[in-house]
Design a protein around this ligand. Structure first.
Ligand SMILES: [Zn+2]
Length: 479
């Protein structure tokens, strides 16, 4: 019988892991059902599941002395009692456990830990650049690691990895062609001191405009910065995309100078991100021998440079002493790592749109966000509609066909010095699960009771002072 190469390739998908981005996804499905559905979708056995450490509305593991509320999903009346119970159930089926931390923690209300953009506007997201945030996150993650270790002490499945979700560490927005990057809080500014002269970025147009463009409905971006990119490469690319038009008649030599500043900025942000995350991991990991086998993993985007993760993908090959694995979406079979083991995350822009949906859901259910931010004036029905739009946006970026497995970078071969891919990660989110999640969500009362008032457009909301920043993040999130 003929052996088709396509079928061979699909079989070469490598070890499969399932990401469960929210505890609500365990309300209607048992671990056995999720395992079966994964194996049916991807045609290979399930080796591990990823469970969250924090939900958008609060903590999932009880962490003493931390004044962040517990999530309403931390205890459940459904089939799974709590996260430790979920870990025990999966691991008793022989499935290994990964913990995922989204370090942006939108529910943390400590202003001094928050992200600040280039023009000084703050946001609800935590900046990982300062030591206090790193210690807080290390403590939250460390508590989860110990709990997961306890829950798997008697089971065949074990805690095997801890994943840091980096896809939106440095959110960005734009208005009138001006790119508003984050973060420039005092800690970040002091990190850049002596390395990059930020005064070149506090003007317009500035070096960011070479590769980023305000497209009205979002930022058109190109991540064409590789470890060996030269300033001339960057300017050439900018010209080709037409982005350089914004500089008018500026001389080529000045553009080259700008590209060189941009390169310095990107390199510095990359180093800052790598250092900050490895500090969180150091803070989190207990010193016992056992934990040396637990992998430290980064989840980023499959772009050469991810602006919102702050990471130059291929440069992560230099960081094999700080991290053990990297996960990213498979944009092309030609984008891969040669030193660092990696898995393909089967969703475009990795967790970006999924996190955006879940964070918005968290805000819709949050009393404070529903009375003080841009979503305050949405009626319950409008809030639900927006959630559905976010869900659809996320679902459109899923890579759930088996054919996607055939186009992944090659699996690691012992004899070759090429792609180090060891497997892939699927996601437990589909239309049915997402719709049930929205229907089960308790929407906090907003300022608009929804009785006869006309719907408020995002533009109107955008006009109100203090509200715009939240629209950038939750209403018309860009990037
Ligand atoms: Zn910062």
């Amino acid at each position: 019988m003929k052996s088709f190469r396509f079928r061979e390739r699909v079989k070469m998908a490598g070890e499969g892991v399932l990401d469960i981005p929210h505890m609500a996804m365990l309300r209607d499905q048992t671990p056995e059902e999720l395992k079966e559905s994964f194996e049916r979708t991807w045609g290979c056995s399930l080796a591990g599941v990823v469970l969250p450490v924090i939900a958008p509305d609060g903590l999932l593991f009880k962490t003493d002395d931390v004044d962040i509320p517990m999530s309403s999903y931390a205890k459940d009346n459904g089939k799974i009692v709590d996260i430790s119970n979920a870990i025990a159930k999966f691991s008793s089926l022989g499935i290994n456990i990964y913990l995922m931390l989204d370090p942006t923690v939108h529910i943390c209300r400590t202003d001094t830990l928050h992200i600040v953009d280039i023009v000084g506007d703050g946001s609800a997201s935590i900046c990982i650049g300062n030591t206090a945030s790193q210690e807080l996150l290390g403590y939250i993650l460390g508590t989860a690691i110990i709990e997961a270790h306890k829950a798997t002490s008697e089971t065949t499945g074990k805690l095997v990895g801890v994943v840091m979700d980096t896809v939106d560490l440095w959110p960005m927005g734009a208005s009138d062609d001006r790119i508003e990057m984050t973060c420039f809080c005092p800690s970040c500014v002091s990190y850049f001191e002596g390395k990059v002269d930020l005064s070149h970025f506090r003007t317009f147009p500035n070096p960011w405009n070479l590769l980023l463009k305000d497209a009205g409905s979002g930022i058109e971006q190109t991540g064409e910065i590789r470890p060996n990119s030269t300033p001339a490469n960057i300017v050439g690319f900018s010209r080709q995309k037409g982005f350089s038009d914004i500089y008018g008649t500026v001389e080529n030599a000045d553009l080259i100078e700008m590209a060189s500043l941009l390169h310095q900025y990107v390199r510095c942000r990359h180093n800052q991100t790598v250092t900050s995350i490895s500090n969180i991991f150091k803070e989190a990991f207990p010193e016992d021998e056992f934990f040396r086998n637990v992998k430290r993993i980064l989840l980023t985007e499959g772009a050469y440079y991810s602006w919102t993760a702050g990471l130059v993908l291929e440069s992560l090959d230099e960081n094999t002493s700080s991290f053990d694995e990297v996960w990213f979406d498979p944009r092309s079979a030609d984008i891969f790592l040669k030193e660092m083991p990696f898995r393909s995350y089967m969703w475009r822009r990795s967790r970006y749109y999924i996190d955006s949906f879940l964070t918005f859901a968290g805000n819709v259910g949050d009393k404070v966000a529903r009375t003080t931010t841009g979503i305050a004036r949405l009626s319950n029905a409008e809030a639900k509609d927006k959630l559905k739009t976010r869900l659809n946006q996320a679902l459109h970026t899923a890579l759930t066909e088996k054919s996607a497995l055939a186009s992944l970078p090659a699996l690691r071969q012992a004899s070759e010095k090429g792609s180090q891919r060891i497997g892939f990660v699927g996601v437990a989110l589909d239309e049915d699960v997402g719709t049930k999640f929205i229907n089960g969500l308790k929407i906090a009362p907003g300022l608009n009771d929804g009785t006869g008032r006309r719907p408020v457009s995002e533009e109107e909301l955008g006009g109100a002072d203090g509200v715009r920043q939240f629209l950038e993040m939750f209403g018309k999130r860009k990037g």
